[in-house]
Design a protein around this ligand. Structure first.
Ligand SMILES: *Cc1c(COP(=O)(O)O)cnc(C)c1O
Length: 392
């Protein structure tokens, strides 16, 4: 079943089984209504401020600026509750679900970060929460599994297929098909069928709205460039959305992994915008990493949140139109970003965000005189990975 809404050029749409058409339409209708509803807006605003910690600061990184030879600001989503931008989306969707009368949330997670954000929102709003996770990922991410359980979320291991994210997504969709009358499926990025890409962008656009006000206040002008890392694309679209009408370079940095090569089953990277081809993944048409027969390749990145073989359809469209520039930073470049930001600013970034920092270090000339990096998350969660790679 294909609908016209939620199309971005040829991308997007809603390629789902007939049974999910109704719940997706209900979700679209409810979110459109609620986002202008005074009750919803009041509760959402208060929770965003007092529970999540909005607005996050825009920080002038003086030492990094000096090294780069330009004026660099960081949008501090790493200071949001939970340590990343993901809660903006999880909280907004969970509140939507609650006000729709749903009593239960389900989600799927790979590295566990979206699972943790969903667990936080579910606990806060008193919703029963269940997170599907591949059995392989559960073993790799025991800290996040424990965090979810602490907050009362049931983590369900998935034993099918490669026992990773894509299998967990299949299970979550199966659950939703049977339970949507009382369950909301809380999707984590600007991917998936309509209305998710539009709704998640809307919930993350607070980053861009705040950043625009903050930079105008600090500098009296808009930046020349904005840099953001891309997994599914939600933190990037969130900050970019404040600047689409302006002459600001928008730069999307994907995971180059260990190199832009593919074997029959694996890609050594997560660069679907850069080298992906048109195909359908998770109910939407977008750029995805696939073999010649349309089978999805397993992606790779040092940063768990960038390890995704697809990308949001609207971002794919913006790259085709030339409005967003697609760039790649590999594992080594990200490690350099991680080290430099820790050392120069006393900020340990998430390995995802370190891709954006690493890109800026590699190519500062391309950023103009005034630039902003969206620091999507903090690096505490990545210390074990980094320690394994290098002793100090
Ligand atoms: C999940 C995650 C990302 C990638 O997701 P997007 O939807 O592309 O934003 C980036 N940074 C951090 C810190 C994350 O947790």
């Amino acid at each position: 079943m294909i609908v016209d809404r939620g199309r971005f050029g040829g991308y997007g749409g809603s390629f789902v089984p007939e049974t999910l058409v109704q719940p997706l339409a209900e979700l679209e209708e409810a979110y459109e209504r609620l986002k202008t509803d005074p009750d919803f807006k009041n509760i959402h605003e208060e929770l965003s401020r007092t529970y999540a910690g909005r607005p996050t600061p825009l920080y002038h990184a003086r030492s990094l600026s000096k090294k780069l030879g330009l004026k660099m600001y960081l949008k501090r989503e790493d200071l949001l509750h939970g340590g990343a931008h993901k809660l903006n989306n999880a909280l907004g969707q969970a509140l939507t679900a609650k006000m729709m009368g749903k009593t239960r949330l389900i989600a799927e997670t790979g590295a566990g970060q979206h699972g943790v954000a969903t667990a936080m929102a579910g606990a806060n709003l008193g919703l029963e929460t269940m997170v599907y996770m591949g059995e392989v990922d559960i073993r790799r991410q025991e800290m996040n599994v424990y965090r979810m359980k602490l907050m009362g979320t049931e983590v369900v291991p998935v034993y099918t297929g490669s026992r990773t994210l894509k299998d967990a997504i299949n299970e979550a969709l199966r659950d939703w098909t049977a339970s949507y009358e009382y369950t909301h499926y809380l999707l984590g990025s600007i991917a998936g069928p309509h209305p998710y890409p539009t709704m998640v962008k809307d919930l993350q656009s607070v980053i861009g709205t705040e950043t625009r006000d903050q930079i105008l206040k600090a500098e009296g002008r808009l930046p020349d460039s904005i840099v953001a890392c891309v997994g599914g694309g939600s933190n990037a679209m969130g900050i970019f959305s404040g600047f689409f009408q302006d002459e600001v370079n928008l730069i999307a940095v994907e995971a180059g992994g260990t190199g832009l090569t593919c074997t029959s089953k694996f890609a050594n990277h997560g660069a679907s915008l850069k080298v992906g081809e048109d195909g359908i993944l998770h109910g939407a048409l977008s750029k995805i990493l696939q073999d010649p027969y349309g089978q999805i390749l397993e992606s790779h990145s040092l940063a768990p949140g960038l390890d995704y073989p697809g990308v949001g359809p609207e971002l794919a469209r913006l790259v085709d139109l030339g409005r967003v520039r697609s760039e790649v930073a590999d594992d080594e470049v990200a490690m350099e970003g991680f080290r430099v930001l820790s050392r120069l600013e006393g900020i340990i970034p998430a390995l995802e965000s370190a891709h954006a920092v690493g890109y800026a270090l590699q190519d500062p000339e391309s950023l103009g005189d005034l630039a902003i990096i969206n620091l999507s998350g903090r690096g505490d969660k990545d210390l074990a990975t980094v320690m394994q790679r290098e002793a100090l």
